[in-house]
Design a binder for this molecule. Structure first.
Ligand SMILES: CC(C)(COP(=O)(O)OP(=O)(O)OC[C@H]1O[C@@H](n2cnc3c(N)ncnc32)[C@H](O)[C@@H]1OP(=O)(O)O)[C@@H](O)C(=O)NCCC(=O)NCCS
Length: 328
């Protein structure tokens, strides 16, 4: 049986952990609904559906889960997806994207199948990952790939590092510098700077929604708090103002290059290359010889940042976000 649950019930019956409870109970501005599949008093599946704030004809489905041990898990999954779509249709949605947990500020995308020897590669906590059945069920429900993303691992950083030396020196000479993100010392100042850079630089990203500073501070920042180290830093202009930031951290024996952003008015001047050179120098000092560029959109300008490493690529993981037209 498919049931729609209130936000309060979603926190109790739908959320898997505390961080999901915080996400679901957050007072977002957009309209949303949560459905569960209940069998003999037990919750065996779930899905969320919500409206885009930017485009009222766009909707998202996300947080999808289904108990795979059921006899007809596929049938129940279909019913959940349909319930979410029906609700979006009734809200005026024409096109739905998924899996997207409310917006691309939070978890989204399915992992796409890996190459044959891909099972030997590490799994990272920030990677989308789901049972392969989920992807098949969405494809079966006529979702098609809307956009592809990749994480790429590069080895032999000592060979890649010299390639950005020129950009690094030029930016230093022009007066640019770096400063470690210091959440313990001056959290207010750091949050203001991060919010300003995010608001400016991700505005044009695929499926971007209006930047929600309150949600960012309450839900995103706490997640990366524990990963902050000297590898996460601001880029400062000659006046000492924060005009970009890099959020990187070591995981397994890789340096994860998770988020980097430069304010639009400073883009195209080699400042991302400047920051990358700084980060790779730090990696070298810590004897880290491999890097992963995380979750980059295929074909995006930021792919250009990887070209200096392309001879040293060791693996690639792929992910996708899917879409479906609800009305012809
Ligand atoms: C991606 C981003 C960080 C790049 O910052 P940037 O300071 O403009 O990048 P740089 O000027 O250092 O350029 C780096 C290299 O890529 C090249 N490049 C950058 N954008 C390019 C584009 N759109 N097309 C072709 N080449 C491009 C530059 O020529 C440079 O190579 P070079 O040093 O060999 O000349 C910036 O555009 C941004 O903040 N975008 C929005 C946020 C985002 O998408 N972040 C990445 C995913 S987390």
């Amino acid at each position: 049986m498919i049931l729609e649950v209130s936000i309060e019930d979603a926190c109790l019956k739908f959320a898997k952990n505390e961080s999901e409870r915080r996400l679901i109970s957050f007072p977002f501005r957009f309209k949303r609904a949560h459905f569960v599949c209940e069998l003999e008093g037990r919750i065996v599946g779930r899905i969320s559906a919500n409206l885009s704030e930017r485009d009222p004809t766009r909707g998202y489905v996300g947080m999808f889960e289904m108990d795979l041990s059921l006899q007809d898990s596929e049938g129940h999954a279909k019913a959940l997806i349909q319930a979410a779509e029906q609700r979006l249709l009734s809200m005026g949605v024409e096109e739905v994207y998924g899996p997207v947990n409310y917006s691309t500020l939070f978890q989204y995308r399915f992992e796409l199948p890996r190459s044959l020897n891909g099972s030997k590669e590490p799994v990272f906590f920030w990677e989308p990952s789901q049972p392969p059945e989920y992807l098949n069920w969405f494809l079966g429900a006529h979702y098609e790939l809307a956009d592809e993303y990749h994480s790429r691992a590069f080895a032999e950083l000592h060979q890649i590092l010299p390639k950005s030396e020129g950009r690094f020196q030029a930016a230093l000479t022009a007066g640019f510098s770096t400063r470690v993100i210091d959440m313990k010392g001056a959290p207010e100042r750091e949050l203001t700077a991060l919010a300003k850079i995010n608001r400016g630089s991700f505005e044009e990203s695929f499926l971007a929604e209006p930047f929600d500073e309150k949600a960012y501070v309450a839900l995103i920042v706490p997640q990366f708090y524990t990963y902050l180290s000297e590898f996460s830093f601001f880029i400062l202009n000659p006046a000492g103002e924060e005009i970009g930031y890099f959020f990187l951290f070591p995981e397994h024996d890789y340096l994860i290059w998770k988020t980097l952003a430069i304010l639009p008015e400073y883009q195209g001047a080699g400042l991302a290359s400047f920051g990358i050179h700084h980060a790779l120098s730090l990696a070298k000092m810590h004897n880290i010889s491999k890097v992963v560029s995380a979750l980059i959109r295929k074909g995006a300008g930021s792919e250009q940042l990887l070209k200096r490493g392309e001879d040293f690529l060791i693996w690639e993981h792929r992910y996708g976000v899917f879409k479906k037209r609800l009305i012809a």
